[in-house]
Each structure stands twice: as C-alpha cells, then as structure tokens.
Design a protein around this ligand. Structure first.
Ligand code: SAM
Length: 397
C-alpha cells in the first residue's frame, strides 16, 4: 500500500520523531517512499536530533490524528511486532504460569502457520521491521524453522530483524537451521545457574541444556544472544554478579528483568528487586569498572558493561521505571488477539476477522483503530498488580 503521493508533505508528521532521534532517517525515508532528492530533507531534520535520545517528551506526546496505520495518538510508531506462536511450554516457570497450569485454547482457536504469516506480512507492509517470536515456548512448534523461513521471505517488504525468545531447552539442535532460515538473534531465558534452583524455578530439569544452547548460539554467530533473567528476591538475586561474570568471556547481553505481576503468578512487592538496588549492589562489586552504555532508540533495557569484558548487561525496568513513552511494540497472541500494551487488558481479535474473509485493507483498518486507542502509559505498580491480565505464558514476554 502506498502511504502517500507526496513524501515531503508527510515529513511534518515525522518531524518530531526525527528530532527526537526516535527513528533512523533511512527508515522514515523508506516509509515515505522518498526519492533520493527528498532524502536530504529527512537528513537535515535528523541531523538536529539529540544523540541516543528516544524518549518522547510531554510536548512530543501530543495527539496526532493524521498519522500512519501503526502510529498511535501520541506519535509512537509501532515497528516491532511480537508474535506468540504457541501457548504450550516445556517448562512451568513459577513467575510465568500458575501452579495449576493453564487451560490451553483448542487448536482450532489458534492461528495456523499460514494465518501467522499473513498477519506478519500485513504488519510488515505497514512498516514493522522487527518481528520477535515468543510463546509459550516457540521451539515446541514442529514447524518453527519453516515459520522463520516464511518470515524471512518478508525481507523485501522491509523486514530487517527476526528474533525469538526461548527457554533454550529444545533449542540446541535447531540452532544451525534457525540461523540458516533467517533468524538474526535470540533471547534465551535462564534465571539461575544452579541446577537445583533451576528445578525450583521452572518445575522441570534442564539447566545444562540451556547453558549449552547459549554457548552454541554465541559460537554460531547470531547477531545477538541475550540471556533473560527474571530477578526475584530470596531466589536468585544473589546470582546477579555471577550472571554479570557470564559477560566476561562470552559476547552475551544479560538482561535482568524486574519481576512483573500477571494472573496467577503470586507476584508480591517484596519479591520485586528493583533496578536501583541491583545496580547499587553491582557497584559494590565492580566499582568504577561499570560503564553505562548510551540508551538505544526505543530501548527497553538500560545497558551497562564491565570495562574489558566481551559482553554487556542491562535492566528491564518495567516495574520501577517504565518506558511507555518510547514503546514501539505490539503483540499478536497465539489465538490471534492483538494486544497493544503488555499491561493493558484490552484485546482485539484478528483471527475471526481473517477467517470471515476480511481483505488486507479491512485487517489493516482494525489494527489501526486498536493502535489509535493505545493509552499513553500503563498503570503504576500498585494498580497493575490488582488488574486482571492473562498469565504471561499466554501473552508471550
Ligand atoms: N518460553 C519462552 C521463554 O521462556 O523465554 C518465551 C515465553 S516467556 C513468557 C518470555 C519471557 O517472559 C521470558 O524471558 C520470561 O522470563 C519472561 N517472563 C515471564 N513471566 C515474567 C514475569 N512475571 N516477570 C518478568 N518477566 C517474565
């Protein structure tokens, strides 16, 4: 779909984005289908951007009514789609899944591979350039490699990055195939390096599989390998420095995630270990060797590294310092529901629309309306823990 006939007339819509450094010049230019001669106007605007500054100021967050399909009313463009490709999982992580398990949706309620690829294509045609597969556990899908290959075929439409969040249990043998199919990067979840604690966290065995998958993924030359660690007081917070030590020899990026409340996960404020506490503790260990890294555009993590170490680490501070103002993410869940905010409980069904024979334009319209209804920010910590939401296993982190 052509977004406009006169790209330069659309530039004012993007002016704030460019000035805030929220987008690369080339991605705006591509979205506007600029001619080479019109690129200069984009470049001039972005040359005035503050470096590494992607936060939207209050002034920036004014309603914008004539924005493209994936823009919301606060000027945030959603170029990052997370797709949950299954509700099934081979682990039973305590912070993710209620102890009694979850009721799985019948297969007929889940998007088929063809439907997932159609939804992905529709989003990419509107400007999504990064897709992350999640779940449930994406590697339990028999056709995960074919699915990645299908997504890879969307690159000519503008898709640049394909990534996956996985628990790593059944990943190792698939690593070369996934890489060859077009997967760029992996987030591998591992909350403890202690095999006994691993069992307590996940209600299953298998930490050695995960550690070996992390090592192999690094060796195979994926663009990035991140290790997701959900930090819980009294359970694994003492291991934070040990996880930082993983970055000594391996080019991994360890992400410490603040424990978030979801239905049935027994969240409690006391179990939350905030970013400031973690960084303070690390300063006691590493002193001035801790280097803070510049914020990336649309960052979720505040990045750091230890001077001289190969890898880096960061903190996902959803609980103590949310990053709604630069949020560029939307989610499609395994049942085809679109969720525009991880903590919002409103969902819009795409599956039935598609099965009723909707055209791409009709699906685009529904997506656009949902995104235009996205709130400026999600509720604060105390309210969030009281609000109903799906269990995380059914959303996809
Ligand atoms: N099965 C895959 C995995 O374990 O990575 C993908 C799905 S899992 C829901 C995605 C991510 O969400 C994981 O990194 C997990 O640690 C994170 N997650 C799940 N529940 C969470 C919670 N309550 N708070 C913070 N992160 C959570």
């Amino acid at each position: 779909m052509r977004l406009n006939r006169n790209p330069v007339r659309q530039l004012p819509i993007y002016r704030r984005h460019l000035l805030a450094g929220a987008y690369e010049t080339t991605s705006v230019a591509r979205r506007l289908q600029c001619l080479p001669s019109q690129l200069a106007a984009c470049r001039e605007l972005s040359s005035k951007a503050e470096p590494a500054q992607s936060r939207l100021s209050d002034e920036y967050a004014q309603p914008q009514t004539n924005a493209p399909v994936l823009s919301d009313m606060f000027g945030r463009f959603h170029n990052y789609l997370r797709i949950s490709v299954t509700e099934r999982c081979n682990l039973r992580c305590q912070y993710c899944m209620p102890a009694e398990g979850i009721e799985l949706s019948p297969n007929s309620h889940l998007l088929t591979t063809e439907e997932i690829l159609r939804v992905a294509r529709i989003f990419v045609a509107q400007g999504v350039d990064k897709i992350r597969l999640t779940g449930g556990e994406p590697t339990v899908r028999k056709d995960i490699v074919e699915l990645v290959r299908g997504l890879n075929s969307l690159r000519p439409l503008g898709l640049k990055h394909i990534a996956m969040t996985t628990n790593g249990i059944a990943l190792r043998r698939k690593l070369p195939l996934l890489r060859e199919a077009g997967m760029n990067g992996l987030n591998i979840s591992l909350d403890t390096r202690d095999p006994r604690k691993f069992e307590a966290f996940t209600r299953r065995k298998g930490s050695d599989h995960v550690l070996r998958a992390i090592a192999d993924a690094c060796a195979l030359g994926y663009d990035f390998v991140k290790v997701n660690v959900v930090v819980m007081r009294g359970q694994n917070d003492d291991e934070v420095p040990a996880f930082v030590e993983m970055t000594h020899d391996d080019p991994v990026d360890v992400r410490f995630i603040e424990y978030m409340p979801f239905d049935g996960n027994q969240w409690g404020r006391k179990k939350l270990v905030g970013y400031y506490e973690m960084i303070d503790r690390l300063k006691l260990v590493y002193g001035d060797s801790i280097v803070q890294l510049p914020l990336e555009p649309n960052h979720t993590a505040k990045g750091y590294k230890i001077d001289g170490y190969r890898g880096q680490f960061g903190f996902i501070t959803s609980m103590t310092k949310s990053f709604c103002s630069s949020c560029n993410r939307v989610r499609v869940m395994a049942d085809g529901n679109l969720k525009v905010c991880l903590f919002g409980n409103t969902e819009v069904g795409l599956r039935d629309l598609i099965r009723a024979g909707a055209s791409d334009a009709e699906v685009v319209d529904t997506i656009s309306q949902a995104i235009k209804r996205k709130k400026r920010a999600h509720a604060g910590l105390d309210i969030l823990s009281q609000l109903p939401n799906r269990p995380m296993i059914k959303i996809g982190g």
